[in-house]
Design a protein around this ligand. Structure first.
Ligand code: GLU
Length: 494
């Protein structure tokens, strides 16, 4: 077994994964995908998923981001078994509350000769950097180590940065997603492990925490891959085994040309909630960003994902963020909801005019529009005419392919006949369909003409569900009133 291979006992532990975001802004799709993959792995193995908050960069911290992280995970059902809020055997899970722990480990490194107080001022370091630049060589801090100083390096009193004394060597290691990787000694430098403000760096404290929290698999974004040799060096210095490392490729914009930016969908995940996306669709979408189960299957429930997810099928190349696909998946998931479920989810998405509508009516309407909803925020556009008389817009008649060719007078006549016939009809969907069919023959019109003008007159909306069902839900009183109104309105245009 090579030096960096994981001892086989690790594979027999129940899987313990973690999500370790920094509260430096909202969590976006890329980060949440990392959380989801980590969570799926732990769930599959009846293991533990940990939520640890890496708040050691106090300058970059953004107020409110911790809550946003928790709300995002909760919305998606990514629940943690140990971590912030709920505690656990390795508490605390907020890194800023673990400073003494990091200090202890830092002292261990000092005592074993593997860490030292930085003797240089910022100005001196800048000078080293400039010199390296002039000589066109990369600046490596280790070339200016205090070993080369004539005087003794300072004793670390916490006011200077503490640096790791690296042992720059070549590495070969196996990444569970990327496969065999290797680097030369130049990838390793004497990096800072504790800053002069007393907070540890990510490079140092995540290693201590992952070890203490017995994390078996570290899944993280590609941006950390270049730092991995440093981590391996530190693991060795601390004499601890490293967990299984799995690097998730970047999530790119749809054209695959750049890392996902705000415009391409890299927004606060909770924005999607506000826009009427279902968590089921979002989970399905995120899980299939760079993973598939080897078949053509596109729709996965959470339980299927837990059953089928495996790191071996995570692709090495960057995933492309296709917002249209998310929209499609959302429509698919909306269709899969029962009317009870859809009704629960619809909540605040109803138009204001629906506020006083009876629940029974709302359910009837949901049944009608369910197949057309791409997001829950389509509800007002698709349903408001059920609750409130719409404003007629004769341009809709004029711009209709068929109606636009007809004389206004003929259209009004058609509406008058429809009104008379519909007034005599009982307003159940089935008899309405018969009546509409008989109107087609008595007027000698095509559905694209007759049904379109009735549809427009009652809804003034470009889309409505099946006409007979729409009329049945609106009821005779409303339908006849709106038809009469359309007749009067059209007559003024003659
Ligand atoms: N705090 C790091 C970040 O938010 C975590 C990286 C990791 O998962 O180890 O990017």
């Amino acid at each position: 077994m090579s030096k960096n291979q994981i001892p086989s006992t690790k594979y027999h532990l129940p899987i313990r994964t973690r999500f370790a975001p920094s509260p430096t802004g909202f969590v976006h799709v890329g980060a949440i995908r990392t959380a989801l993959f980590s969570w799926l792995m732990a769930q599959k193995d009846n293991g533990v998923f940990i939520l640890r908050i890496e708040d050691t960069d106090k300058i970059r911290e953004v107020e409110g981001s911790l809550k946003q992280i928790e709300d995002s995970l909760r919305w998606l059902g990514i629940n943690w078994q140990e971590g912030i809020d709920i505690g656990g055997p390795n508490a605390p899970y907020l890194q800023s509350e673990r400073l003494d722990i990091y200090k202890d480990w830092a002292n261990k490194l000092i005592n074993s000769g593997r860490a030292y107080a930085d003797p240089y001022t910022k100005e001196q370091l800048d000078k080293f950097r400039d010199e390296a630049k002039t000589q066109k060589i990369p600046f490596m801090y280790r070339d200016n180590r205090p070993d080369s100083l004539e005087s003794e390096p300072p004793v670390w009193d916490g006011s200077q940065p503490l640096r790791f004394k690296s042992d720059p060597i070549s590495y070969k290691w196996t990444d569970a997603v990327m496969g065999e990787l290797s680097t030369g000694p130049d990838a390793i430098d004497d990096f800072i492990i504790i800053k002069s403000d007393g907070y540890p760096t990510y490079n140092f404290c995540h290693i201590i925490d992952d070890m203490m929290m017995k994390v078996t698999h570290v899944l993280r974004s590609q941006e950390f891959i270049s730092s991995t040799p440093k981590f391996l060096n530190l693991y060795e210095a601390l004499q601890i085994e490293h967990p299984i490392l799995a690097t998730l490729p970047f999530v790119m914009s749809i054209d695959g040309q750049k890392k996902l930016g705000k415009r391409d969908g890299a927004k606060d995940i909770l924005e999607y909630k506000k826009e009427g996306f279902l968590p089921e669709a979002m989970v399905n979408f995120l899980a299939t960003l760079g993973w598939n189960d080897g078949t053509e299957q596109e729709i996965f429930s959470v339980s299927e994902l837990i059953e089928k997810f495996s790191l071996t099928r995570v692709q090495k190349s960057p995933a492309r963020f296709d917002e249209k696909r998310l929209l499609w998946l959302n429509g698919q998931w909306i269709r899969r909801l029962s009317i009870d479920e859809l009704s629960d989810r619809a909540g605040d998405f109803w138009p204001e005019s629906a506020n006083d509508a009876p629940d029974q009516l709302r359910r009837q309407i949901l049944t009608l529009v369910q197949d057309r909803l791409k997001t829950l925020s389509d509800l007002p556009t698709l349903t408001s005419y059920f609750f409130k008389d719409p404003t007629p817009d004769w341009n809709m008649v004029k711009s209709d392919k068929q109606l636009g060719k007809m004389a206004t007078n003929d259209i009004v006549e058609l509406l008058k006949k429809s009104l008379v016939t519909l007034t005599e009809c009982s307003f159940e969907a089935e008899s309405l369909q018969q009546t509409l069919n008989s109107l087609l023959s008595s007027t000698d019109q095509k559905p694209a003409v007759l049904f379109s003008i009735i549809r427009l007159s009652v809804s003034w909306s470009p889309f409505s569900p099946a006409l007979n069902e729409t009329l049945a839900v609106l009821g005779k009183e409303v339908v006849t009133k709106r038809l009469q109104f359309a007749i009067d309105f059209g007559s003024q245009k003659i």
